[in-house]
Design a protein. Structure first.
Lengths: 116, 115
C-alpha cells in the first residue's frame, strides 16, 4: 500500500513570511495529491490539489509543486496570515486492488502557527 | 448544498461497551469513506464503499468493527466491544465517484472517548 511521509510536524512562522510543507509518497502509480486544512475541532477541507500530469498549481497565496521522479510534493503558502494557522494534511491516491477505484492515504499532518 | 451529516457528535463509553455512528453523505455521492483520526495523527481509512459495495476494508479491525451501507446512501459504523485505543474522531466523507479520484467532503466527525 501507499505510505505518505510529511514534514515538518510543526511549523511556526511570523505573519507575512512564507511556509513550506513537504511530503513524499511511495507508490509511483499515485496520480492525485490533495492538501487538506483542518482547523481545531473542525472537519478537514480541501484547499488545493494537483494531478500527476502537471508540475505546479497555484491559487492566490497557495501553491503546490510535484516532482514525480523524486516522488515528493510540497505546499507553499506565501504572505501568511494568522487565519492560516491550522493543521495541514497532504495525501496521495492509489489504486485499490489494481482496479479503477482509488483511495487516499494521508500524511500525519503539520501544525502551522502564524504569529501576528 | 447540504454537507455530510454525522451523529452523534460526541460519545463517551466504557471499554467493552458498544457504539454506533451514523453518516449521511452528500446527495448523489456514490463513494463513502469512514476514517479514524487519532489525536495528533492524520485520518486513517477504515472502509470505503462504492454505492452499497465494499471497495476496501483492509484496515478495518473486523473482530470488533463493522460497517454497512445497505441502500447505497447512509452508512453505519459499529464498534463492539470497544477498547481504550478506539478513542478517536470517526470521520465520514463522501465523493462523487471513486473511479476518478476527486475531492472528499468530510463530516464534522464523531468524537469517541473510551474510558
Amino acid at each position: 500500500g501507499e505510505n505518505v511521509e510529511q514534514h515538518p510536524s510543526t511549523l511556526s512562522v511570523q505573519e507575512g513570511d512564507s511556509a513550506v510543507i513537504k511530503c513524499t509518497y511511495s507508490d509511483s502509480a499515485s496520480n492525485y495529491f490533495p492538501w487538506y486544512k483542518q482547523e481545531l475541532g473542525k472537519r478537514p477541507q480541501l484547499i488545493i490539489d494537483i494531478r500527476s500530469n502537471v508540475g505546479e498549481k497555484k491559487d492566490q497565496r497557495i501553491a503546490v509543486t510535484l516532482n514525480k521522479t523524486a516522488k515528493h510534493f510540497s505546499l507553499h503558502i506565501t504572505e501568511t496570515q494568522p487565519e492560516d494557522s491550522a493543521v495541514y494534511f497532504c495525501a496521495a491516491s492509489w489504486s485499490v486492488g489494481g482496479g479503477s477505484n482509488y483511495k487516499l492515504t494521508f500524511g500525519k499532518g503539520t501544525l502551522l502557527t502564524v504569529n501576528p | 448544498e447540504a454537507g455530510v451529516a454525522q451523529s452523534p457528535r460526541y460519545k463517551i463509553i466504557e471499554k467493552r461497551q458498544s457504539v454506533a455512528f451514523w453518516c449521511n453523505p452528500i446527495s448523489g455521492h456514490a463513494t463513502l469513506y469512514w476514517y479514524q483520526q487519532i489525536l495528533g495523527q492524520g485520518p486513517k481509512l477504515l472502509i470505503q464503499f462504492q454505492n452499497n459495495g465494499v471497495v476496501d476494508d483492509s484496515q478495518l479491525p473486523k473482530d470488533r468493527f463493522s460497517a454497512e451501507r445497505l441502500k447505497g446512501v447512509d452508512s453505519t459504523l459499529k464498534i463492539q466491544p470497544a477498547k481504550l485505543e478506539d478513542s478517536a474522531v470517526y470521520l465520514c466523507a463522501s465523493s462523487f465517484s471513486g473511479r476518478r479520484t476527486g475531492e472528499l467532503f468530510f463530516g464534522e466527525g464523531s468524537r469517541l472517548t473510551v474510558l
